[in-house]
Design a protein around this ligand. Structure first.
Ligand code: NAD
Length: 360
């Protein structure tokens, strides 16, 4: 297959980790007979330096013209970088928000996987960590409380703030379809998380998810209240496969799920629209404290590239090969500094990219 990937290396460790992910993609192309063509684009601080704005219209158009976008992180040290003296809408993060919106990315996927080799980093009790976990948190990204009407006003002399939580059937259906499609590629279970005992929007959520489930008889659907889900994530995370939820619940639960893996340099993510197109990036930031030192962990970005292969290109075998190589490298004892423990072999960012590419 011939595919075009827009590449946004970004700022800080972004260029280092994305270079390693491209090394791995090139190895996949060679092994499996594909051609990946890269269109390198600027966004974030580097675009401010080159163009005066964090995101240009040309970058948006070129990203749209690609089959998928692979991204590093953007931004700098928020206390010292001159980018943070600019008005909020001219700062690096404004570029990212505008890009996500322009690409209509409504489904955010954050896998939380505990590799048995890294279970020492898991803050949960040993008997829970021993069972491991591998879940996909799927968060609706463009609706709900964060996008509803809001205002602060005085009511009878008392200052009162109002935020509105709105979901339409269409918004719920399109993400539910995505969640069931993804469950079909995994262990075929969806846990839909809501607060249907209190909220109308959650009751509609539950009804629409149940309708969608009828088209996926192989997938087991369960409903869970969000407060219970927050507890279950720390009590028995192994029970989850795909966790489907609305914007604010997903914001909180995806951070909780990340936290129990214990290692930010390992966390991939994807944001999808209603076509095969998606934007793939590590969950962490640009880590200005270690930028330019060849120390960063490239695995989150490499696993994001594996998600790109699986979800945008339907290259499941190729994605499996990348994920298996990562697992093999970890079980061989190779570590970057952030996940290093005594007795392991310490690698630089580029050396980690080399051993993962070699393993494909
Ligand atoms: P951060 O995630 O960049 O760093 C937090 C800590 O984790 C640091 O000690 C860093 O060294 C470490 N870390 C992160 N990724 C790592 C990796 N791959 N390998 C090894 N160590 C890693 O968070 P921060 O310091 O709060 O933010 C720095 C900048 O990143 C800010 O400008 C912030 O706005 C931006 N940011 C961007 C994104 C994005 O592009 N999507 C996301 C979060 C933060």
């Amino acid at each position: 297959m011939n595919k075009k990937i827009a590449v946004i290396k970004g700022d800080g460790i972004g260029p280092e980790v994305v270079t390693e992910a491209m090394k791995v993609l090139d190895k996949v192309a060679e092994k499996f007979g594909h051609t990946f063509e890269y269109d390198q684009l600027l966004m974030g601080g580097c675009s401010i330096d080159a163009n005066g704005v964090p995101l240009t219209d040309e970058t948006i158009e070129r990203a749209k013209a690609a089959d998928a976008v692979l991204m590093g992180s953007i931004g700098g040290n928020t206390s010292t970088s001159p980018w943070y003296k600019l008005p909020a809408d001219k700062r690096p993060e404004a570029g990212l928000l505008k890009l996500r919106k322009s690409l209509n990315l409504f489904a955010n996927l954050r896998p939380a996987v505990l590799y048995k080799e890294l279970k020492g980093a898991c803050p949960l009790k040993e008997e829970i960590a021993d069972r491991g976990f591998d879940m996909m948190i799927m968060r609706e990204l463009t609706g709900g409380l964060y996008f509803g009407a809001r205002e602060t006003k005085e009511v009878d002399g008392v200052v009162t703030a109002v935020d509105t939580l709105t979901y339409s059937e269409t918004e719920i259906r399109r993400i539910a379809v995505r969640a069931f499609d993804i469950a079909m590629k995994r262990r075929k279970k969806v846990t839909s998380v809501d607060k249907a005992n209190v909220l109308d929007s959650s009751r509609l959520w539950r009804k629409v998810v149940e309708e969608v489930a009828k088209d996926y008889p192989e997938v087991t659907l369960e409903h869970m209240l969000v407060d219970n889900c927050a507890m279950q994530l720390v009590k028995d995370p192994a029970q989850f496969d795909v966790v489907l939820t609305e914007n604010m619940f997903g914001d909180i639960l995806s951070d909780e799920a990340s936290m129990i893996t214990g290692s930010i340099g390992m966390l991939a993510s994807a944001s999808l629209n209603d076509t095969k197109f998606g934007l793939y990036e590590p969950s962490g930031g640009s880590a200005p404290d270690i930028a330019g030192q060849n120390k960063a962990n490239p695995i989150a970005t490499i696993l994001s590239a594996a998600m790109l292969l699986r979800y945008s290109f339907d290259m499941d075998k190729e994605a499996d090969a990348v994920e298996m190589s990562v697992a093999k490298v970890l079980s061989s004892g190779y570590r970057t500094g952030d996940i290093f423990t005594e007795g392991m072999k310490l690698l630089s960012c580029s050396e980690m990219g080399d051993v993962i590419a070699e393993g494909i």
